[in-house]
Design a protein around this ligand. Sequence first.
Ligand code: NDP
Length: 310
Amino acid sequence: MAVRVGFAAGASAWPEYQVPLARALAEVGVVAEVSTLLDDPASVDYLVVAPGGGIEDFSAFVNAKAVLSLWAGVEKIVGNATLTQPLCRMVDPDLTQGMVEYVVGNVLRHHLGLDRYIRGGTGWDQQVPPLSRERSVVILGLGALGQACAAALMALGFPVTGWSRSAKSVPGVACVSGEDGLQAALRRAEILVTLLPKTPETEGMLDARRLGWLSDGAVIINPGRGALIDDDALLAALDAGRLGHATLDVFRVEPLPASHRYWSHPRVTVTPHIAADTRAESAARVVAENIRRGEAGEPFLHLVDRALGY
Ligand code: NDP
């Protein structure tokens, strides 16, 4: 009998995913019926979701073996009390590649000091940047994305420090954890990249006190989540000229309201949550593999820990 897959990831996602998902399921040998019609929730074996997909109450999906998120960040769904099924988040190789490109591009922009030449008007004023090996980059979050960015930056010669909740050993990365580790990392950061999930523990973690640990002129690149940073504290540090720049991709409210100071601040670059999109072709393969695993009784990939929130 065909496996029934419900697709609740938003009307605009369906045309993108319909063909890749059918192909990926066939490739892993799963005979499935994928549908956006969820009129018989009890018949759904797996539910593919994304924000905007319209499901607030998961309790009717009594036979769903897993809920498969197309998004890497699951903060909008993980706390839903009606969600009792296993929840898997997205770790998509193409999304990861997108994030690596976004982070490397922005690190190099700030490392090379390209803004002054792009703005122009400084004449023949030679400001030779240091080499990458002389520029300390710190990444908060050493998960799928943090580690991939660390590898790419290290390949360019940057010394990379990474901070995570649990103690880690990642070849080439100076790994730290805990509050002391965070303080040591922030103090050495010239360029700080934040790739943490939004959880009760990480929300607002970059507050005035911790931002104060950053060295003068440090740059922040935040493609993680807007809620990681205390916006007022960041603006105060930028206003005072203490921090060099903030390149922000994610915000507490999205779209970022037109009146927000970030839009006009000379030391802020706003990108509209474009750092790394889930790509249908590769994400469909991840979804299909998890469905294959579920049917084979194998453990799911990328299971979310409800207690930790990511
Ligand atoms: P992972 O779950 O793989 O990694 C999360 C990392 O954060 C882990 O290293 C984890 O530590 C660490 N962490 C979590 N909580 C804490 C804490 N309290 N203190 C210290 N470290 C902590 O996530 P991904 O790398 O896949 O993604 C990271 C985030 O990037 C997503 O949650 C999402 O918010 C954001 N994102 C943004 C996109 C964009 O387009 N802007 C696109 C995709 C994702 P440990 O290793 O010990 O578990």
